[in-house]
Write a protein that binds this ligand. Structure first.
Ligand code: GDD
Ligand code: MN
Length: 368
C-alpha cells in the first residue's frame, strides 16, 4: 500500500480553538508516514468562525482543504466529506478523526500501519486492552458510550467488535465504494455504527488498535438526545434489515401473541379467574414459541449446547419471561382496575419478548 493518497476527514462544528492546533500537530506527524497525506475539514458553517482559521491555514499548506455546508449532523458531514475525498481528491484511504484532540495525532501512524499490515477497516479503539476512556468522564457519559456499544454489538449484530462508535478510524477506499451512502438513512452519530455495519457486511477485515481517548479541553460535545434516539432506532433497523433470524423470531413472537391472547380469551369465557388465565395463556404461548424457534428460527444454527441443555435453558428463559410478563399484567391490573384485561395482558408481551430473544439467541441457542 506504498504511496497511497490518505485523506483525514475532520468534521467541525464550533472548533475554532482546536482546529488550527490540530492541523499543525497532524502536519508534524506526516513526515514519518510513507504515504501522501491530506486533510479535509468538513465544516458546517460554524458560527464561531472555524472556517476562517482553516482558510488561513489553507493558504500555507497545499495538502489541506475545506468543505463547507449546512448543519445536518455528524453523519451527514462525514458522508459529504467521504464523497468529496473519493470523487475529487482520489483518495485510496480515508481517516475519520475528531477536531477536539480526543484522538491523539501521534496515533495516526499506528492506525495507518495496521492498514499496511492488511486490514481494511482500522478502529482506534477505547475498549480493547491498552485502550482507555477518560477518567473524568461523568457516569452519564460512560453509560451512553457503554450502552451505545452494547446496542451496536448485540442489536445491530456488530459483535465481536469492541468499539463500534469510535470516531477515529482508517478505512480503505474499496470498502467505502461498496457501501451505498444514499441508503444509510442516518444524519447523526449513528453514522459511525452504520458505516461499520456496511463494511462488515461486505466482509471487510476489521482491526482494533488500542488508543487512549482524552476529553476535550476547549468547547463542548455536540452529541444530543436526537443522536441517541436515531442511534437506537438505527440499531434496530440494521438488525431488522440484516437478520433473517430476528425476522423469523419476530414472526414466531407474533404467532405467540395470537396464541397468548386467544387462549386467554377462551379461558376467561370458560369462566376461569383472569389472574389464573393470564399465566396459563402465557405458558401456552411460550410452548408454541419454543417449538417454532427450535425447529425453524434456530434450526440451521450449529449450536454449542446439547438438546437437553438447550431445553433446560429455554425453560429458564421462559420462566423469566413468564415472571416479567405476569408482573406487568398484575401491576397494570392493580394500577388500573377498570382497564380491559387484554390490554394488561398485551403490555407484558413486549418486554418479555425482548429479553426472550436476547437470552435465547445468545445463550440458549448460542453458536458453537
Ligand atoms: N460538520 C459537523 N457537523 N461536525 C460535527 C457535527 C455536525 O453536525 N457534530 C459534531 N461534529 C464534530 C465536532 O466538531 C468534533 O470535531 C467531532 O465531530 C466529534 O464531536 P464531539 O461533539 O466532540 O463528539 P463527542 O466527543 O461527544 O463524541 C466522541 O465520542 C463518541 C463516542 O463516544 C466522538 O469521538 C464521536 O465520534 C464518538 O462517536
Ligand atoms: Mn469530543
Amino acid at each position: 500500500m506504498k504511496n497511497s493518497i490518505v485523506v483525514i476527514i475532520i468534521p467541525t462544528y464550533n472548533e475554532r480553538q482546536n482546529i488550527g492546533l490540530l492541523i499543525d500537530s497532524l502536519q508534524s506527524e506526516f513526515g514519518s508516514i510513507p504515504h501522501d497525506m491530506h486533510i479535509l475539514v468538513v465544516d458546517d458553517t460554524s458560527p464561531d468562525g472555524t472556517a476562517d482559521v482553516v482558510r488561513e491555514k489553507c493558504s500555507q499548506c497545499s495538502n489541506l482543504r475545506l468543505l463547507l455546508g449546512q448543519k445536518k449532523g455528524l453523519g451527514a458531514a462525514y458522508i459529504r466529506g467521504i464523497k468529496y475525498a473519493l470523487d475529487v481528491m482520489n483518495a485510496d484511504v480515508i481517516m475519520q478523526m475528531d477536531a477536539d484532540f480526543s484522538h491523539d495525532p501521534a496515533d495516526v501512524p499506528r492506525l495507518i500501519a495496521a492498514l499496511d499490515e492488511g486490514a481494511d477497516f482500522v478502529i482506534g479503539s477505547r475498549y480493547v486492552k491498552g485502550g482507555k476512556i477518560p477518567d473524568n468522564w461523568s457516569l452519564l457519559r460512560r453509560m451512553i458510550s457503554r450502552w451505545g456499544n452494547r446496542c451496536a454489538r448485540y442489536i445491530a449484530g456488530l459483535n465481536p467488535v469492541r468499539d463500534c462508535t469510535a470516531g477515529f478510524r482508517a478505512i480503505r477506499v474499496p470498502v467505502l465504494r461498496s457501501i451505498d451512502f444514499d441508503n444509510l438513512k442516518v444524519q447523526g452519530y449513528a453514522f459511525l455504527m452504520a458505516l461499520l455495519h456496511g463494511a462488515v457486511s461486505h466482509n471487510a477485515v476489521v482491526r482494533e488498535v488500542p488508543v487512549v481517548y482524552t476529553e476535550r479541553a476547549h468547547g463542548e460535545t455536540k452529541l444530543g438526545i436526537k443522536d441517541i434516539v436515531e442511534f437506537i432506532l438505527n440499531a434496530w433497523w440494521i438488525r431488522f434489515d440484516s437478520s433473517k433470524t430476528f425476522i423469523k423470531f419476530a414472526i414466531v413472537g407474533s404467532s405467540g401473541v395470537v396464541v397468548n391472547l386467544g387462549a386467554f380469551t377462551c379461558l376467561i369465557y370458560a369462566g376461569i379467574n383472569k389472574y389464573l388465565a393470564s399465566p396459563v395463556a402465557i405458558e401456552l404461548s411460550i410452548i408454541s414459541n419454543f417449538m417454532l424457534n427450535n425447529y425453524w428460527t434456530f434450526a440451521e444454527r450449529n449450536t454449542r449446547d446439547k438438546f437437553h441443555i438447550k431445553g433446560l435453558k429455554f425453560n429458564t428463559v421462559s420462566l423469566l419471561s413468564l415472571c416479567i410478563s405476569y408482573s406487568v399484567f398484575v401491576g397494570l391490573s392493580l394500577l388500573l382496575p377498570y382497564m380491559a384485561p387484554q390490554i394488561a395482558q398485551a403490555a407484558g408481551i413486549v418486554p418479555a419478548m425482548m429479553i426472550n430473544y436476547f437470552l435465547n439467541a445468545y445463550w440458549t441457542f448460542r453458536k458453537d
